[in-house]
Design a protein around this ligand. Structure first.
Ligand SMILES: *Cc1c(COP(=O)(O)O)cnc(C)c1O
Length: 478
């Protein structure tokens, strides 16, 4: 059978959409943590390599059955793990079409529509985030690759300034680059440096305060001493606390020393869409490049991130792939591949376009404001409970919680762990854990479009209930 007969496609795709609709309809009623972890899920999926094919509808049913017990409720209203958006139905619908259309977004000839949707979504993004309108935008898998791509552009530009063509000649023999990062930079910044030959550990780490913000006075002294090729990486939205570096102070100082300033704003840059949260993100527009996610606050399905670069030529120099069989882009043509590492890829612009079109500037602003309100509401409720402390300043959508603050450090660590476990077992909401400044904490990130004040309150009560139960068990010595 060379192909799926056309008369089988419609029932197959209807079945897929029915399974999707059922899952979304019921997700709020599920236990927030998956029924099965990885080991049990692997056992369900494990089977020998199929020698013969099977009916596509049967395969789909099998997939739904096998996956079901191991699916996370990240699209549900009470999911607060990591920083994970909710894959909004409008974005999912556009994403289905993206797959069905089967467009290769590599260049404007292979898919004029995909290239055009990206061009327009890129313009909208620059307006929404209020970044320099002439910047180039690449549609990547997420903030990890956005950091990578931006730092590749930075590497090329600062070395070109020093008379070295890194894209052609590589790093061996190149003038050294000083890379300056905050001590609480996201791990993917280090991953990007590792991939770029700049070294994960070969960085100058700037001291940070208790919110993970770079301490300005010391940083300015370090920045003032920069000479030669330099890259300074700042952060909008620390992944635990949601804190912002002081862009107004640091960005101009670093640029005055000739450094390239990159801002990792995976979720935090979206604070710029609301006057209520934009204040700490002021000055970010002065940087040279930015990383921001679509699949976090914009609620696009995975995978979706944006790399934005002020110097479009530096961006293209770092990413261009040329070959005789690929079209040369003419005046006004935008080839998506010039701004991302890959050649063939998914037409990510369709879902980004659809989400911005569906929510509009107002809808995105409402979403950010609602999530920030929910975060504060949860923090206030938890702080009212004896023994629970909110560890961070809740400036955005992130809340860090410490349990059993009346006990010593190790006992507090143990009860914080136990409480997170209890919350997951109770299944009302899902929260994460982290270590913050040497202590175990629970972290909550409000980032799903389904979460509102009511769901936030219900979750806060569930957390208090779980904590009380853990304390009771502890008092009984179990
Ligand atoms: C999530 C996040 C990243 C990584 O983004 P991915 O989309 O997971 O690749 C980088 N930096 C920060 C601050 C983040 O929150």
């Amino acid at each position: 059978m060379a192909r799926t007969p056309p008369e089988e496609v419609a029932p197959l795709w209807h079945r897929a959409s029915e399974a999707a609709i059922t899952f979304r309809r019921d997700v709020a009623g599920r236990s927030a943590a998956p029924q099965h972890g990885y080991a049990a899920s692997l056992q369900r999926f494990s089977s020998p390599l199929p020698e013969e094919g099977a009916d596509a509808s049967d395969v789909l049913d099998e997939l739904v059955r096998l996956a079901d017990t191991g699916l996370m409720t990240s699209t549900g209203p009470r999911f607060f793990g990591w920083v994970i958006g909710g894959s909004h139905p409008a974005g999912v619908a556009a994403d289905w079409l993206t797959s069905a259309w089967g467009q290769n977004a590599g260049n404007h000839e292979a898919s004029p529509a995909a290239s055009a949707a990206e061009t327009v979504a890129a313009r909208w993004l620059l307006e929404l985030l209020d970044l320099p309108r002439g910047s180039s935008v690449g549609f990547v898998t997420g903030a990890t690759m956005a950091n990578f791509t931006a730092l590749a552009a930075a590497r090329g530009a600062v070395l070109r300034e020093a008379g070295w063509d890194v894209e052609a000649d590589g790093l061996f023999g190149a003038p050294p680059i000083t890379v300056v990062v905050g001590a609480e930079a996201h791990t993917t910044v280090h991953a990007a440096l590792q991939l770029l030959g700049l070294g994960r550990e070969r960085v100058v780490r700037l001291p940070v305060d208790d919110q993970g913000r770079i301490v300005v006075a010391g940083a300015l002294a370090t920045i003032d001493e920069l000479s030669g090729p330099a890259i300074v990486v700042l952060q909008a939205g620390q992944v635990n606390t949601g804190a912002f570096d002081d862009f107004a102070a640091l960005v101009p100082a670093a640029r005055a020393r000739g450094a390239w300033v990159h801002i990792d704003g995976a979720f935090g840059l979206w604070a710029r869409v609301s006057p209520r949260s934009a204040v700490p993100a002021r000055g970010a527009e002065g940087a040279d490049s930015w990383a921001v996610d679509g699949h976090k606050w914009l609620q696009t399905p995975y995978d979706s991130g944006f790399v934005i670069v002020r110097d479009a030529a530096a961006h293209r120099n770092a990413m261009t792939i040329a070959a005789s069989y690929l079209p040369a882009s003419g005046e006004g043509d935008r080839d998506p591949t010039h701004y991302v590492p890959e050649l063939s890829r998914r037409a990510r612009g369709f879902a980004a376009w659809a989400m911005i079109r569906t929510l509009g500037r107002d809808g995105i602003r409402e979403l950010v404001e609602r999530h920030c309100t929910c975060a504060r509401l949860i923090a206030e409720r938890l702080e009212a409970e004896p023994g629970i402390a909110v560890v961070n300043d809740v400036v955005l959508n992130q809340v860090l919680i410490r349990f059993a603050v009346d006990l010593d450090g190790a006992a507090g660590d143990a009860l914080t762990h136990a409480t997170i476990g209890r919350i997951r077992a109770d299944g009302v909401c899902f929260t994460g854990g982290a270590s913050w400044r040497g202590r175990e904490v629970m972290r909550l990130s409000v980032a799903g479009y389904e979460t509102d004040e009511q769901e936030a309150s219900r979750s806060a009560e569930a957390i208090v209930t779980a904590y009380r139960a853990v304390r009771q068990d502890q008092a009984r010595g179990s």
